[in-house]
Structure formats: structure tokens, C-alpha cells
Design a protein around this ligand. Structure first.
Ligand code: SAM
Ligand code: SF4
Length: 329
């Protein structure tokens, strides 16, 4: 699949549920209304959709959410999708998780051919963690990453940089990641969906973080790519990589190779735009995939050039109404 701007599309991210066991302050409001279960695709339907994308050339599949590992029977989907790894059609099957369920699932994930996972953890301070996630317990995540490591999964930690919250912790996190052999990626908060607070109070440009970190760490530019939007540097003192995802200060759209599917079968061609395609109707209309494939190709032909996120005092509404948990981060 090639989009109208000449970019090959070979990466599908799938939000398998909009539900979550945490309520991170930048991601969700405290009182979220979740989708009625009847609107959500069954695991068999998600498999059919993912497999259609694999047939069209998708090489990397990332399951996300909400929290992908709280979806009932999620391992049956992962096991079924792993057949595409065995045939060689898919290069990578991975997921982004908050880590809370990793003690339960790490070994099985490895057994299904998952080799790398992203675990989101914004702080190493239990009190701060409880504040950021509203409902979370940091020890659960520590147990999760420990289990993942033991199972042989390569862990990358993702942390959203939050002004006045975790901004003093990055030195500590770099050290902790160094000690554990984890790469770390910092992310700028994006204006997606109404949250209970003001995003201006949270937004911390990573350009500022990077120059602060240079005081204590030797950061060398490297040419490492994972097929994602992060730009990586090597931290010479730890030997681990440090990634920066900067949708606000440096737009990364020119190399965008992905599209995003929600758990209701809506395809978003850009994280920061509202244009979408309904794939649930063609999926349910027929057991034959031709209408579905036509709908996917039509959607790719509408992939926009890029997003336009702004967080400042004059822009009070989010760039898109849906939360990150709907489209999948
Ligand atoms: N629950 C899983 C987790 O937290 O990793 C997967 C879904 S979560 C939506 C995926 C990623 O999006 C997480 O790393 C999270 O920190 C990030 N995220 C959520 N809302 C965000 C926002 N408004 N701006 C930037 N990143 C956000
Ligand atoms: Fe849940 Fe992940 Fe959103 Fe936090 S960032 S509320 S863990 S979906």
C-alpha cells in the first residue's frame, strides 16, 4: 500500500479495547464513558481485519488500547495472529501496555513470538505514579517489567513528559533503564480528547528536556529506526538508547508509515486528524474479503499529509475529540 504522498504503509496499530485499568491524567478524564460492548468487534473480527492488512503488505502489527491486556481472551487473538509470523508475512507482532498484566501474560507472549514490548511508565515514584495514573499501583508495573525481562521480552519504557510532575525524574529513569537494559522513549503530550485538566499545565517541550539532560549525560545522535516516530540518541554512560517523540516541537509526518484501527473497526489514517473509514460494515457484510480490501485501499488513498497539534493558551480545544485510548497510542 502506497499513500498519495508516496509513503509505503506497512504498519498497523490496533486498539483492541478502549477500556483500561488506569486513568492517566493526560490520556483520560476521571469519569470516562466507554463504548457499549455491542459496538466492539469480536476478537475473530479483529483477526480478520488484521489478516486483511497483512495480506495487503503490513509487516508490523502493534496491539494497543486502552489497555490491550485487560481485554478478555486477548491471548487467543495474539496466538492466532502469530501464524503470520510463522509464515513470514509479518515481521513483528508487538504491543504497548501499561504493564499491569505482564506477570500473567509475559511467558505466553514470548511463546507466541512477541519479542519486544513497550511498557508505559511515567515515574518511578509510587506517590507520583498514583497521581498520574489515578488508579494505578507502581509495584504492579515493576512486577510486570520484571516478569517480561524474565520471559525474554525486550522492554522499552515509554514516558510522557509532564510539566511540574515527572520532569525532575528523567535522570533517575535513565539510570534505572540503564541498570535494567531498557531503552527509554520520552513523549510530548498530545491534545487528544477532553481531559479533566488543562493541557497547558501538562505540556513540556522535549527540546527543553533534552538540553537539561545533556548536563548529566553524553547523548550521541544515532541512526536507529524501529519503524516508529521516535528519534534516537545513545546515552554513552549507560549504553542504552533514548528516544524522543515530538509531535509538537518537531512534526514527524514525512516518514509516517502507519494507520490505526479502533476496536469498533474504524480506521484512522492519521493520529491527529478526524478523517476515518468504516471497515466494520464491509467486514460484516460478507465473508468474502473483496469489499473490505476495496474499503482499505480507498482509505489509504485519503491518508492526509500530516497532523497539526497545537498546545497554547489561545487553543483551548483538543486537535481531535477522541482520546488516545480510542485510536491507540
Ligand atoms: N494502556 C497502554 C499504555 O499505557 O501503554 C496502551 C495505550 S496508551 C493510549 C499508549 C501510549 O499513549 C502510552 O505510552 C501513553 O503514555 C500514551 N498517551 C496517552 N495519551 C497521550 C497523550 N495525550 N499524549 C501523548 N501520549 C499519550
Ligand atoms: Fe490506560 Fe494507557 Fe491511557 Fe494510561 S495511557 S489511561 S494506561 S490507556
Amino acid at each position: 500500500m502506497i499513500d498519495p504522498h508516496g509513503r509505503p504503509i506497512n504498519y498497523l496499530r490496533v486498539s483492541v479495547t478502549d477500556r483500561c485499568d488506569f486513568r492517566c491524567v493526560y490520556c483520560m478524564s476521571e469519569n470516562m464513558t466507554f463504548l457499549p460492548k455491542a459496538d466492539v468487534l469480536s476478537l475473530e473480527e479483529i483477526d480478520r481485519l488484521c489478516s486483511a492488512f497483512v495480506g495487503l503488505g503490513v509487516k508490523k502489527l502493534r496491539l494497543t488500547g486502552g489497555e490491550p491486556l485487560v481485554r478478555k481472551n486477548i491471548m487467543s487473538l495474539i496466538r492466532n495472529l502469530s501464524r503470520h509470523l510463522q509464515t513470514g508475512q509479518l515481521d513483528e507482532l508487538t504491543l504497548t501496555t501499561n504493564g499491569s498484566q505482564l506477570p500473567k501474560y509475559s511467558e505466553e507472549l514470548f511463546d507466541c513470538g512477541v519479542r519486544r514490548i513497550n511498557v508505559s511508565c511515567d515515574t518511578l515514584d509510587p506517590e507520583q505514579f498514583a497521581k498520574i495514573t489515578r488508579w494505578g499501583n507502581l509495584q504492579q508495573v515493576f512486577n510486570g517489567v520484571e516478569a517480561a525481562k524474565k520471559a525474554g521480552l525486550k522492554v522499552k519504557i515509554n514516558a510522557v513528559a509532564l510539566k511540574g510532575s515527572n520532569e525532575t525524574e528523567f535522570d533517575n529513569m535513565i539510570k534505572w533503564c540503564g541498570d535494567n537494559g531498557f531503552d527509554l522513549t520520552l513523549i510530548e503530550t498530545m491534545p487528544m480528547g477532553e481531559i479533566s485538566g488543562d493541557r497547558n499545565d501538562q505540556y513540556l517541550p522535549l527540546s527543553i528536556v533534552r538540553s537539561r539532560l545533556r548536563k548529566n549525560w553524553t547523548l550521541t545522535d544515532i541512526d536507529y529506526q524501529t519503524g516508529g516516530p521516535a528519534r534516537y540518541m545513545r546515552i554513552e554512560e549507560t549504553g542504552q538508547r533514548l528516544g524522543f517523540i515530538t509531535p509538537l516541537t518537531h512534526n514527524f509526518c514525512e516518514s509516517c508509515n502507519r494507520v490505526r484501527l479502533t476496536c469498533t473497526g474504524t480506521l484512522y489514517m492519521c493520529l491527529g486528524q478526524d478523517d476515518s473509514a468504516d471497515l466494520r460494515s464491509p467486514l460484516r457484510k460478507s465473508a468474502d474479503e473483496s469489499a473490505l480490501i476495496e474499503a482499505i485501499n480507498e482509505a489509504i488513498s485519503r491518508k492526509p499529509k500530516g497532523h497539526d497539534f497545537i498546545i497554547d493558551r489561545r487553543t483551548s480545544s483538543p486537535a481531535v475529540e477522541r482520546h488516545m485510548s480510542v485510536t491507540g497510542g
